[in-house]
Design a binder for this molecule. Structure first.
Ligand SMILES: Nc1ncnc2c1ncn2[C@@H]1O[C@H](COP(=O)(O)OP(=O)(O)O)[C@@H](O)[C@H]1O
Ligand SMILES: [Mg+2]
Length: 226
């Protein structure tokens, strides 16, 4: 589904020195499943994910999505693709504190219908929130609960791809594993990309891409990688 060809990202520094966050990488990602992208801080994981999800333009190279050249899309086409086909989860949940869990999910909903609201409630339930928590302000929920609301928000339009950048970094172990279980479940018939520097949460990935200093140091099915 995603293919990268000679992808480079250069961040201009104040000095003459150029900072290569991605160094001409080539790759092909599977059509579905849970893909883990692991590597130390600064290795280019987030940059890669933002290029794939159209939040950033690579400096050089091409990205193909279902055979179409994503890097040739207009800003408008990129925005449409993001809204219709992609979902995002970040390290911080970015919920609106004075809005309820359900309303925070509905913020992202492409349609504001009763059926969507029911779906938001159903997702929150599946993610382990109690009914009495659905209409609590998010500022009254725990960190783990908020991250699960953020995941429901990412899933509300049934995106074909979920991009998750360090989704468990601000969670304790129990909640981190719960979040990974939810993402794994979603990845049964979709593509989920999870960026992390924490190897312990990636025991269940289908494909593991390892990054080192702007390059892919290894990539393979988990069963082969282990
Ligand atoms: N906006 C930016 N401006 C300048 N340098 C950046 C910017 N974003 C990232 N970098 C640099 O690019 C490299 C890769 O960063 P990043 O993709 O965030 O890595 P990771 O997610 O693996 O920690 C790092 O050296 C980082 O400092
Ligand atoms: Mg990062």
């Amino acid at each position: 589904m995603f293919e990268g060809k000679k992808l480079s990202m250069i961040y201009d520094m104040d000095t003459d020195e150029k900072m290569y966050a991605l160094k001409g990488i080539d790759f092909r990602l599977p059509d579905g499943g849970l893909v883990g992208i692991i590597g130390p801080s600064g290795s280019g994981k987030s940059t890669l994910m933002y290029c794939l999800s159209t939040l950033k333009y690579p400096t050089e190279g091409k990205i193909f999505y279902n055979g179409k050249e994503l890097t040739a899309f207009s800003d408008r086409e990129r925005e449409q693709l993001r809204r219709q086909e992609f979902g995002f989860v970040f390290q911080k949940h970015y919920l609106v504190p004075y809005m309820s869990a359900v309303d925070n999910v509905m913020v992202a909903a492409l349609r504001n219908e009763k059926a969507m609201r029911e779906k938001a409630e159903a997702y929150l339930g599946r993610l382990g929130l109690k009914e009495r928590e659905f209409y609590k302000k998010s500022s009254k929920l725990s960190g783990g609960q908020c991250q699960r609301v953020a995941i429901a928000r990412a899933m509300i339009n049934d995106p074909k791809v979920i991009f998750a950048d360090e989704p468990t970094a601000s969670l304790d172990h129990e909640n981190a594993f719960l979040v990974m279980r939810i993402l794994k479940e979603y990845a049964k018939d979709r593509l989920v990309l999870v960026v992390t520097h924490d190897r312990s949460i990636l025991s269940d990935v289908d494909v593991l891409m390892e990054m080192w200093d702007g390059a892919i140091s290894s990539m393979g099915e988990r069963s082969m990688a282990e």
